[in-house]
Structure formats: structure tokens, C-alpha cells
Design a protein around this ligand. Structure first.
Ligand code: HEC
Length: 220
């Protein structure tokens, strides 16, 4: 018996099925999502990456930070919000501007979706990148000190020189200067903020509390 047509049909069904579930269906569900304008929350949402932060994202990819960090706040177990990693669950619209979405799979370190709000100080990030032991003792994160130049001080010290604690200081007469890569990476960290609400996203507990307070006030 010639089984050719059956095999052909079987293969065709498998291909059509996977194309529908993997490409067509998700595209119908989230492919048409657009940014929204919301003046109350400061304009276009999600916010766009600007200047140095865009460059920083490339460095983040280049250095493989994604191996240990996710950028997706989940509420399945309620724990991500309790851990202080975000104010609300991440939804598809949060990512529409990103040509490469850095969700990540492993969490050896904290989720970074909202790290810019949690740690808004650029100097903190530069110190942490130079050596996490400076401001996060016992950290398992590697030091990215190769993103900094240690050079001899010629004349007066540079205004861009890092203020390092004694134990991490370069030898006498030397200074440590962040390279453009380090600065861009820090700018990218500061830009990671999900500080806006979207209608389809479950609201943050604070927003819900605010809305409840307003509703109660109006009801009085
Ligand atoms: C080997 C795993 C690993 C890699 C790779 C890694 N990290 Fe981390 N990261 C950690 C761990 C663990 C922590 C938590 C301890 C700490 O604060 O240092 C952390 C913490 C952080 C924090 C502080 C987050 C917070 O909530 O306080 C930032 C920011 C960060 N990492 C950025 C980066 C960047 C940028 C890169 C890539 C250049 C990177 N990490 C690569 C493991 C890693």
C-alpha cells in the first residue's frame, strides 16, 4: 500500500497546527498592541528608551546579564511583588518597543524590571558594577571592573573618578574612571522602571488602595 499521501497529510497537519498555535494565535492576541497616550501618567506608555540607556541595553546583552536576571514581574505566587521587584504584573504591552525582549529564564539575582525605581542612584550602580562587594557584600554577582579604566592621575584628579572605599581603592596616584560602556549600562539600569499602570494589567496594591480611598471619600 502506498502510504505517501498519509505521511504527507500527517506532516501537513503538524505544520499547520504548530504554525497556528505558535505564530498565528499569539500574533492575533498581542501582535496588534500599540502604545497608549496617557497624560495623567506622563505621556506615552510604555516609556521609550532614550540615548545612553539604549546603548546600555546593548552592553547588557553583550555581557550576558540575562544569564542571572529576568525582566518580568509575575504574580502567579504573589511573590515577585512581595519581594519588592515591581508594583504590578508585567503585561505584553510593556514590551512592545523592544526589538529584543530580555525576559530571561534564570533568577540568580533579582528581577530588574523595576530596578530604576528601587535603586535610583547612578553612583550605586557604578560601584556595584565595579565590584558588587562594595555595596552588596557577599553578592554572587561577578565584578565588571573591566568596564572601568584604572589610570595614573596626571595633574589634578578627574571629576569623573570613582569614590571607592579604602579596601577597593587603586594604588596611590591612580584613579578609576568608568568607561562609556559602564555609564551606559548604569543609565539602562536607571531607565528600567514600570512606574505606570495599564488598563489590562492587574493594578498595583498602592493604586488599588488609592482608588478605594477616593471611592470611599466620594461615597461619604
Ligand atoms: C552570575 C550571576 C549574575 C550575573 C551574570 C549578573 N548578576 Fe547582577 N546580581 C546577581 C546577584 C546574585 C545579585 C544580588 C546581590 C547583589 O545585589 O549584588 C545581583 C544584583 C544586581 C543588581 C541589584 C538589584 C537590586 O535589586 O538590588 C543589579 C542592578 C544587577 N545585578 C545588574 C547586573 C548587570 C547589569 C549585569 C551584567 C553586566 C549583571 N547584573 C550580571 C547575579 C548576577
Amino acid at each position: 500500500m502506498n502510504r505517501g499521501p498519509f505521511i504527507f497529510l500527517g506532516v501537513l497537519i503538524i505544520l499547520v497546527f504548530s504554525w497556528t498555535t505558535v505564530i498565528l494565535k499569539p500574533n492575533q492576541e498581542v501582535g496588534q498592541l500599540l502604545a497608549i497616550l496617557d497624560d495623567d501618567q506622563g505621556g506615552r506608555l510604555p516609556r521609550e528608551l532614550q540615548g545612553a540607556a539604549q546603548h546600555g541595553k546593548e552592553i547588557y546583552q553583550e555581557l550576558g546579564c540575562i544569564a542571572c536576571h529576568t525582566q518580568q514581574v509575575r504574580v502567579a505566587a504573589g511573590t515577585d511583588i512581595e519581594r519588592g521587584w515591581g508594583n504590578r504584573q508585567s503585561v505584553a504591552r510593556d514590551y512592545i518597543d523592544q526589538d529584543r525582549v530580555l525576559l530571561g529564564r534564570k533568577r540568580l539575582g533579582p528581577d530588574l524590571s523595576n530596578v530604576g525605581e528601587r535603586r535610583p542612584d547612578v553612583a550605586w550602580h557604578l560601584l556595584h558594577l565595579y565590584n558588587p562587594q562594595i555595596n552588596s557584600r557577599g553578592s554572587n554577582m561577578p565584578a565588571y571592573s573591566f568596564l572601568f579604566d584604572t589610570r595614573e592621575i596626571v595633574g589634578s584628579p578627574s571629576s569623573r573618578a570613582m569614590e571607592l572605599p579604602e579596601a577597593f581603592s587603586p594604588p596611590e596616584g591612580f584613579e578609576v574612571i568608568p568607561t562609556r560602556k559602564a555609564e551606559s549600562l548604569a543609565a539602562y539600569m536607571l531607565s528600567l522602571k514600570v512606574d505606570y499602570d495599564l488598563n489590562e494589567a492587574p493594578k498595583s496594591p498602592e493604586t488599588m488602595a488609592d482608588e478605594l480611598a477616593i471611592a470611599l471619600e466620594n461615597a461619604e
